[in-house]
Design a protein around this ligand. Structure first.
Ligand code: GDP
Ligand code: MG
Length: 443
């Protein structure tokens, strides 16, 4: 999903970064490009309009163009507004004080209600040792009941069903009675869908709602249907006052419009996203991570923010200049290590760099405080000349340094390699070249 949008936004930002100074005309061009990119990704027109206006007003209002690194700051404004548009914070599943928590699934035919019912039940089972019951309330197609029964078997969760002869409301009533008897802590009601919203469907869903008083009415919508998904969500919300949305088929070739529009149009949060046909393919929806994904930069922005917050501003600027000029050396490396030691657990920081979490080349950047001390010891065993000019570190120098620091030569070699990788990476990032960074990390 999102490839087209990501590509267009990145192109726009790369153009912007290439300019030394960003003029008002550049800002206007950029905002026009963003507007077109969002419209092409099938984002709701009103949402796009508001989005572009907000970002532009902020860029102008905060004098970004005159400040430090305007291109980067505009990317950040866009990112922040993406996050806001998608709801800012994660929206957890509602949970009742007393069992069972009742979750009613609603949505058009084929949206993924039955599949998502299974996925979510499995998730609760795995994460909370929950004991859910699935109720088969889609009686219009015999296959629908069978499908839920099969899903139940796959995840080893019981299904309450009465075939297709009974009335859905009665099935739900008896299903709830069964759940009470068996002390199930969650009940999922898998309802019927239609190809389009109609009176009869809405009446049936309203009746089920009145009877069951669900803690959660999850509307399941197919992300591939773009604007239609948004219209559907609006329609269902008006009639049923849903509590949340599950966006399915985000693994498919969707342009992203639904993810960006639904919250803004309905005021209801996206709680989960379906990203595959397997029962495991359901994820909590994180607006911030989704924004990073749309911008194609991992959690890079979190990292930039954290760095900005925690590093001494002036020192950071000096460091940035060195990185840009590629004169970063082992003396700076030690300074960095000292700063980083004040910043918090290194794993947290490393994980935020795109591709870092599962990149084999960097797996051994094991930033134990002890390791940092060892690294410092190695640097301190270098001559001033070696620190300033790491290229001269031939094997015999490395052996001498290892002996001086009391560390194995392989460790010294590894550290020099890591230093060179880090230097190259920082240089890429300082040029705003996230693509190059991904390339380097073997993505
Ligand atoms: P329902 O009519 O709303 O109950 O929809 P179903 O649960 O029967 O799903 C319809 C089809 O969409 C099935 O073939 C599912 O396997 C498929 N499906 C559901 N969710 C996803 C998803 O997140 N990704 C993919 N690729 N397929 C999905
Ligand atoms: Mg179904």
């Amino acid at each position: 999903a999102f490839e087209g949008l990501t590509e267009r936004l990145q192109k726009t930002f790369n153009n912007l970064r290439r300019k030394g100074k960003v003029t008002e005309a550049d800002l206007r061009d950029t905002m026009r490009e963003i507007r077109l990119a969002l419209l092409e990704a099938d984002v709701n027109f009103q949402v796009v309009k508001k989005f572009v206006k907000t970002v532009r007003d902020q860029a102008v209002g905060t004098d970004i163009l005159d400040g430090l690194n305007p291109a980067q700051q505009i990317v950040k404004l866009v990112n922040d507004e993406l996050v806001k548009t998608m709801g800012s914070t994660d929206a957890p599943l509602n949970k009742s004080d007393k069992i069972p928590t009742i979750i009613m699934m609603a949505g058009l035919q084929g949206a993924g209600k039955t599949t998502t019912t299974g996925k979510l039940a499995l998730k609760l089972k795995n994460e909370q040792h929950a004991r859910p019951l699935l109720v088969a309330a889609d009686v219009y197609r015999p296959a629908a009941v069978d499908q839920l029964v099969q899903v139940g078997e796959r995840i080893d969760v019981p299904v309450y069903q009465e075939g297709t002869d009974a009335n859905p409301v009665d099935i739900v009533r008896r299903g709830l009675a069964q759940a009470a008897e068996n002390k199930n802590d969650y009940v999922f009601i898998d309802t019927a869908g239609r190809l389009q919203i109609d009176e009869k469907l809405m009446q049936e869903l309203s009746d089920i709602k009145s009877l069951a008083h669900p803690d959660e009415i999850l509307l399941v919508v197919d992300a591939m249907t773009g604007q239609n998904a948004v219209n559907t969500a609006e329609g269902f919300n008006n009639q049923l006052d849903i509590t949340g949305v599950v966006l399915t088929k985000l693994d498919g070739d969707t342009r992203g419009g639904a993810a960006l529009s639904i919250r803004a149009v309905t005021g209801k949060p996206i709680k989960f996203v379906g990203q595959g046909e397997k029962m495991e393919d359901l994820d909590v929806f994180h607006p911030d991570r989704m924004a990073s994904r749309i911008l194609g930069m991992g959690d890079m922005l979190t990292l930039i923010e954290k760095t900005q917050r925690d590093f001494d501003q002036k020192q950071a600027e000096e460091m940035n200049q060195k990185i840009r000029e590629n004169t970063f050396d082992f003396n700076d490396f030690v300074d960095q290590l000292n700063q980083v030691q004040n910043m918090g657990p290194m794993e947290d920081i490393m994980k935020m760099i795109p591709g870092m979490a599962n990149n084999p080349a960097l797996q051994n950047v094991n930033m134990d405080p002890k390791d940092m001390e060892h690294m410092k010891a190695v640097v301190y065993s270098m001559t001033p000349q070696e620190r300033e000019d790491p290229d001269i570190l031939n094997p015999s120098r490395r052996r001498r340094i290892a002996a001086g620091a009391g560390r194995p030569v392989v460790e010294v070699n590894r550290m020099i390699k890591q230093f060179n990788q880090m230097k190259k990476m920082m240089n890429q990032v300082s040029k705003g070249n996230f693509n190059g960074l991904d390339g380097m990390l073997g993505k």
